[in-house]
Design a protein around this ligand. Structure first.
Ligand code: SAH
Ligand code: SF4
Length: 408
């Protein structure tokens, strides 16, 4: 065990404070709710509530679905295939609102980060904020989406883990992040580009929060995102990353069917207990068994194993050897993530030379180009740096982080 880990045990982490004020349940809905995030069945029920006859539900739901999720319109008035009277009726009771954008930052590498405001649902308490990040690449555009404000799990290297969980996001707020990105990038179906191709092509549930501790909302949202008559991002292009909530891994396969990423980060239980404390509940052997059993895992559809490179902690060649040995028999991709430091962290990113050695070993064992290129560091858009308003960085911390981002 490293000296730093002993020090950390002595110093209580911010998350060790009692969670008595934590509101896990979704916020109290606004007077006029948004229709974003409802399933077709729920939408039909809402139409029933305002007196639309059942015989019209199927057609109306289809119309709404198209306008909301293919065209991305932001008010009912733009839904021109729906009668004026019906549009007025809908507008009287509902909205198609997504989370408000509080700030937008564009990195010099094209990465964009949006800070979104979410109602707290508690009278007098100010709005929560989460971030979502768009990463353009040559052959794809990936949106990194949040599932919770904060996180209950205290992974010791993750900045989100230092924040108490404030609340789960609703399905509408999760789908809303994709809609905001499409709004801001002008990326809806009527977008006119030479190729007509879309900018947001892939989704990763790798923002703030543990998606498998907000299972129902994440499932409902991802099924909407993957719906071929709507947003239409196929399940293959959606990746859910979990720190290892074993019972919900099988449910992810059965009820969502998206690609899976596992935040492994250590190959021995003793170390993983420290880096990802959830390991004490679901140790490595159980986690890997859930991966072996994951439906649809094949060589064409591999499970991604994320491994954050922490200097002197988990980056030795022995770790690399054990990693390859552990993953034997699982259709796997390995994704080495250079550690993104944050002010006050006890970890450092592994030296580049060591990352290369580790990566070379993994490459020679049959895993291709496994190092994740850091993106959007100048706007603090990288993994583990997303923040909520409740735990905003001080100006000094922000400056320190920016300096770290520039010098890496
Ligand atoms: N809660 C989920 C998904 C969000 S985190 C999970 O843990 O998988 C997305 C990825 O970023 C995870 O692999 C996480 O371990 C990693 N991560 C968190 N903090 C990081 C940091 N400071 N540097 C690099 N990667 C980090
Ligand atoms: Fe939560 Fe994931 Fe961060 Fe762990 S790495 S604290 S599970 S967001």
């Amino acid at each position: 065990m490293t000296q730093t880990s002993t020090e950390a045990k002595a110093a209580p982490r911010a998350n060790d404070v009692p969670l008595e004020k934590v509101a896990l349940e979704a916020y109290v809905p606004l007077a006029k709710p948004s229709l974003i995030g409802l399933s077709r069945v729920e939408l039909a029920a809402k139409l029933g509530d305002i007196g639309v006859p059942a015989s019209q539900h199927k057609m109306r739901v289809q119309q709404l679905w198209h306008w909301m999720y293919v065209r991305g319109v932001q008010d009912f008035d733009a839904m021109t295939t729906i009668s004026k009277e019906m549009r007025a009726e809908l507008a009287q009771h509902f909205t198609v609102a997504r989370p408000d954008v509080v700030a937008e930052q564009i990195s010099n590498d094209g990465t964009r980060k949006w800070l979104l405001s979410l109602p707290s649902g508690v009278a007098g308490e100010k709005a929560h904020e989460v971030e979502c990040v768009y990463i353009p690449e040559t052959d794809r555009g990936t949106l990194c989406v949040s599932s919770q404000v904060g996180c209950t799990l205290n992974c010791s290297f993750c900045h989100t883990g230092t924040q108490r969980l404030v609340r789960n996001l609703t399905a509408g707020e999760i789908v809303g992040q994709i809609m905001v990105a499409r709004d801001r990038l002008n990326d809806w179906a009527d977008r006119t580009t030479p190729t007509g191709s879309r900018l947001v092509t892939n989704i990763v549930m790798m923002g703030m929060g543990e998606p498998l501790y907000n299972f129902d909302a994440v499932r409902d949202a991802l099924l909407i995102v993957a719906d071929g008559d709507g947003i239409g991002i196929s399940k293959r292009r959606i990746t859910l990353s979990t720190s290892g909530v074993v019972p919900n891994i099988a449910r992810t396969g059965a009820e969502i069917g998206v690609s899976l990423a596992i935040s492994l980060h250590a190959v021995r239980d003793e170390l993983r207990d420290e880096l990802v404390p959830l390991n004490r509940k679901y140790p490595i052997a159980q986690l890997l068994q859930a991966c072996r059993d994951y439906p649809g895992a094949s060589n064409a559809r591999r499970i991604t194993f994320e491994y954050v490179m922490l200097k002197g902690v988990n980056d030795s060649l022995d770790d690399a050897k054990l990693l390859v040995k552990l993953l034997k028999g699982i259709p796997a991709k390995i994704n080495l993530i250079p550690f993104n430091p944050w002010p006050g962290t006890r970890y450092e990113c592994s030296d580049w030379e060591q990352i290369e050695k580790f990566s070379e070993y993994v490459f020679n064992a049959g895993y291709s180009s496994p190092v994740r290129t850091p993106r959007g560091r100048d706007i603090l858009a990288a993994c583990g740096q997303l923040k909520s308003e409740t735990e905003k960085l001080s100006a000094r911390e922000r400056q320190a982080l920016r300096a770290m981002a520039m010098t890496d």
